[in-house]
Design a protein around this ligand. Structure first.
Ligand code: ZN
Length: 501
């Protein structure tokens, strides 16, 4: 190996070690840390983040990247070295283009508005947050000015989570999707509501955990390189390719929260566990974009976990775990319950059909805010009007409207939402391509075997880490660019049958 490549990798490993230690402190903060630890923990994480940032933005890294990019100019695009230089140079430019003073100002402001939001939301007081949210909008616009050459101020924010996408691409995709989803949601809303009362019974936590872990293990999550713990806001996190953890939140009175939450995080974690070991401790060793990451959690949660085939295998074990609750409930009743569609106010509680309407609303509003077409003062009204147009509901107050998500009140405005819907769209395209390559996947799922599906996903998506952009992964894996057609076909097939449309 070129001595300068060796030096670059050693320096990047140190940065990765500091980042991984920060994630571990954060995992602990959200699972086992006693409340008394909060203040010191905040300081400890900030110190590690500061050290990692300092090491990563060191001039020596810039020099090595410049030099090695010349040295490796003839290296094939797909090689690990070429990809490492490509992705690291991109991240280095991003980390060095924003002035340190701005980073401090933005970080102080986001702590302040987050703290204000934690009381303003329960108080239903948007007016109190308004001046602070105006400052957030100003900071978000200023951030964009450090990355000139984009068509819209939201684009650099999108690029941070979904590299290769921009507002024009996503806006067009979402407009098509919305035009097809709104009539589907309306058609479903006119049918009798599915009954999901069987899910709202007492389900003891220990049995829920036992069943969830059995499902995660069977899907292919490696517990020798992972573990599951309880938390309030479930997440998956990675300290190395060989230590990828999931967390879950259980509701003893509602089965779906823990069950599908566990499958969702298992999907995220299997992606991270499936990255090529050769990429360990480099910027290549993680999922490539928020959209592709979400496509994996959604694929396992919805296309697999909420399918008839899946429950053909798992329903009997579930009944065995909960005989009093489900012993006399037919699989068909259970299947209809877990796929109930109902327009609702809260994004995180929405079903898989209406969910995207919540996401697209946020994307369009944040794009309008950043483009100067919408003022912060008019945001609650714009929110409510769009809810009525798309979901036929008007939030009774801002608490369950514009104040519901933490995203705008804990960071920049822009870039944090589109990945959820991109992930849903991608999940169906990946699943269709996997089934086309291996028509036996359907039957295997019916017998509780997921190796062929996971193998296809590993080979086409997981193993590459961030070597390829989302667009490259999709084209290479499915032979086509991103398209809403497989997703709409999936929704029409499944919900057409369920609701007799
Ligand atoms: Zn997710």
């Amino acid at each position: 190996m070129h001595p300068k490549m060796k030096e670059l990798k050693e320096r990047l490993t140190e940065v990765d070690d500091l980042n991984s230690a920060t994630w571990l402190l954060s995992w602990d903060q959200q699972t086992y840390m006693p409340p008394g630890g909060a203040e010191a923990r905040g300081r400890q994480m900030a110190t590690l983040q500061h050290l990692a940032h300092e090491k990563f933005t060191d001039d020596r890294i810039g020099y090595l990247l410049d030099d090695l990019q010349r040295e490796y100019a003839d290296e094939p695009y797909a090689s690990n070295e070429a990809a490492l230089l490509r992705v690291t140079a991109r991240e280095y430019a991003k980390a060095t283009q924003v002035p340190p003073d701005f980073v401090v100002e933005a970080s102080n402001h986001s702590s302040a508005i987050f703290s204000a939001w934690t009381t303003a939301r329960p108080d239903n007081d948007f007016a109190r947050l308004r001046p602070m949210l105006e400052k957030t909008l100003d900071l978000s616009k200023r951030y964009a000015t450090y990355f000139p050459g984009h068509a819209e101020p939201i684009d650099p924010h999108i690029e941070n989570s979904d590299y290769g996408m921009d507002a024009a691409i996503i806006g067009a995709l979402f407009a098509d999707l919305r035009a097809q989803l709104v009539p589907l949601v309306q058609a479903i809303a006119e049918r009798p509501l599915a009954d999901d009362s069987v899910l709202h019974q007492h389900y003891p936590e220990a049995a829920q955990i036992a069943f969830g872990e059995e499902v995660a293990r069977t899907l292919g999550y490696d517990f020798k390189r992972g573990r599951q713990d309880k938390t309030y806001h479930p997440f998956a996190t990675k300290f190395s390719i060989n230590d990828v953890r999931i967390t879950t939140r259980l509701d003893a009175e509602f089965l779906s929260a823990g069950l599908f939450g566990t499958i969702h995080e298992t999907g995220h974690a299997m992606y991270e566990q499936g990255v090529d070991q050769a990429l360990e401790a480099t910027p290549l060793a993680s999922g490539t974009s928020s959209g592709v990451h979400e496509s994996q959690s959604r694929l396992w949660e919805n296309l697999v976990g909420r399918s008839r085939n899946f429950w053909h295998h798992f329903y009997a074990p579930l009944q065995e775990q909960f005989p009093a609750q489900l012993g006399n409930v037919s699989m068909d009743t259970f299947y209809r319950a877990i796929n109930k569609v109902e327009p609702s106010l809260i994004r995180v509680e929405a079903d898989e059909v209406t969910y995207n309407l919540h996401v697209m609303l946020r994307f369009d509003l944040e794009r309008a805010l950043l483009n100067g077409q919408l003022a912060v003062a008019d945001l609650p009204e714009a929110w409510n009007a769009r809810m009525e147009a798309d979901l036929g509901l008007v939030p009774p107050d801002d608490r369950d409207g514009v104040l519901q998500d933490v995203h705008w009140y804990a960071g920049f405005i822009g870039g944090a939402f589109q990945g959820y819907t991109l992930g849903n769209v991608m999940s169906a395209q990946f699943f269709a391509a996997a089934q086309q390559a291996h028509p036996t996947i359907r039957d295997q799922i019916r017998t509780g075997s997921f190796d062929t599906l996971r193998g296809w996903l590993t080979e086409n998506i997981y193993t590459h880490g961030t070597k390829y952009s989302a667009d490259e992964v999709i084209r290479n894996a499915t032979g086509s660019p991103l398209s809403i057609a497989p997703y709409m076909a999936y929704l029409h097939g499944k919900y057409g049958e369920l609701y007799g449309l």
